[in-house]
Design a binder for this molecule. Structure first.
Ligand SMILES: [Zn+2]
Length: 471
């Protein structure tokens, strides 16, 4: 098995975050009663004329700039003809010869660069709803005409893991730059996966099989593992791989032949006579470039180099935009990124990791107030945890609550040191014992210090001082 290598190319589709559809003014919104977000244009009634949504073009350019693409100065829309009920007009408005974006790509953590061939803009199709035998199949055109970008990679990936990382990075860029929401469960991002295998060292590509419309990154991974194993087994048994489209069934973890693969000629592309080609001035491109915020890769660099976070911690914080934004809001309020990251990783994310809706229920103001009070030794470790739990449950003011509950210590670290010195001086025997079995005597010392300070001393600090002094 190991003398084969897998070659993978992805065509990743993402629905753009626009208010209206791509060629009409119908609302671009997920769900809704079937066929209520429709008009003569998006269901393709005769005589209806499409008008391009400027925002959709701008967002496509933005996506291209995020992935390092060249932006064409003239882009053309074509009709891609196919006869299937999810497209009422029997063609999809898409782009073939002059897409908006060309080239570009994404660098994986290993340093490997996965090239993009292009990013083009097209309209989404409607959705077929398969009912029972009596009702048959229904079609909902609410999604028809929603602006969709297709990001076409070169066949540069050689493992399912690389495909997962590539798709995740595309997704993160789109979310961070506010181009698309990429809600996988709503079909907001889907991928067509092309897989072939060949003997290691072979330069010619093997026959490829395409699996269309896979709507989770996990499913992309599983489908690649399955398909490459299927092809290798076929070749090993003296068979040949047929060029075809296969349907991936994620529940069964298998795929089935759907139809023999079509070529672009089969779609009879031709320029859409209803839509003029669009001119993209350089100034507009540069203006859009300025709108792009720091992308995850750049943010990661900043977290590691400026904030001293580990590669792992930076990766976890950036895995969801909400976490990264929360972290940065905290750093704005209290410039101790490392301490804040530790709290987010150990407390915040531990609580929400098993929750479906991952809502952070403590405000940046409260979290940083707790960390700051702790750093300044105004509250003890124990109290910081109590306070955190209270602020998580309800939106109270952390500082005021600490005061009200008598947690705020008026003791400076110097005061605490004085108390520790007293306790040690009063208990010479215990000091001797400590040198032999420190862990047995420590609780006694801490207890004495707490008694003297009426429980206001930070036990962690007391412990540290005792070890320092009796070393
Ligand atoms: Zn419409």
């Amino acid at each position: 098995m190991s003398e084969y290598e897998t070659v993978i190319g992805l065509e990743v589709h993402a629905e753009l975050k626009t208010k209206s559809k791509c060629f009409c003014s119908c609302v671009n919104e997920f769900g809704g009663e079937p066929n209520t977000h429709c008009c003569p244009v998006c269901v393709g009634l005769p005589g209806a004329l499409p008008v391009i949504n400027k925002r959709a073009v701008e967002l496509t350019i933005k996506a291209g700039l995020c992935m390092g693409c060249d932006i064409n100065d003239i882009a053309v829309f074509e009709r891609k003809n196919y006869f299937y009920p999810d497209l009422a007009k029997a063609y999809q408005i898409s782009q073939l010869v002059r897409p908006i974006c060309l080239h570009g790509g994404v660098t994986l953590d290993s340093g490997k660069f996965i090239r993009l061939n292009r990013i083009h803009l097209e309209e989404d199709a409607g959705k077929l709803v398969h009912k029972n035998l009596a009702v048959g199949t229904l079609v909902d055109y609410n999604r028809g005409g929603v602006p969709l970008i297709e990001m076409v990679s070169e066949a540069d990936m050689s493992s399912a893991a690389e495909a997962v990382e590539f798709m995740t990075k595309l997704r993160h860029n789109l979310i961070y730059a506010n181009i698309a929401e990429c809600k996988m469960q709503e079909g907001g991002m889907r991928a067509d996966v092309n897989v072939s295998v060949r003997k290691k060292g072979e330069t010619k590509l093997g026959t490829k099989v395409e699996m269309k419309n896979i709507n989770s990154i996990k499913a992309v991974e599983r489908s690649i593992l399955y398909e490459s194993a299927r092809q290798i087994e076929l070749l090993e048994n003296g068979g040949t791989v047929k060029q075809e489209t296969r349907r991936w069934d994620d529940l069964k973890g298998e795929n089935y032949p759907m139809r023999s693969k079509e070529n672009s000629q089969d779609y009879r592309y031709f320029p859409d006579p209803d839509i003029l080609s669009i001119k993209i001035p350089r100034e507009s491109v540069e203006k859009i470039r300025k709108e792009i915020p720091l992308l995850p890769a750049e943010r990661k660099k900043k977290y590691i180099e400026e904030y001293n976070l580990s590669n792992y911690d930076a990766g976890v914080l950036l895995s969801e935009k909400a976490y990264a934004d929360y972290f940065e809001q905290c750093v704005q309020l209290y410039n101790k990124p490392k301490g804040i990251a530790n709290w987010i990783m150990s407390s915040v994310l531990t609580i929400i990791k098993d929750e479906e809706e991952k809502v952070i229920r403590i405000s940046p103001k409260n979290l940083t107030a707790i960390i700051e009070m702790l750093d300044k030794k105004q509250i003890s470790q124990q109290d910081s945890r109590t306070l955190f739990a209270k602020c998580w449950e309800e939106d109270i003011d952390a500082k005021a609550t600490a005061e009200k509950m008598g947690m705020l210590s008026s003791l400076s670290s110097g005061d605490i040191e004085k108390v520790v010195d007293e306790v040690l001086a009063e208990n010479p025997n215990a000091c001797e014992d400590f040198k032999k079995t420190p862990e047995r005597v420590l609780p006694f010392f801490i207890g004495q210090c707490m008694k003297k300070t009426k429980g206001k001393a930070d036990s962690e600090l007391v412990k540290k001082l005792i070890y320092e002094k009796l070393k």
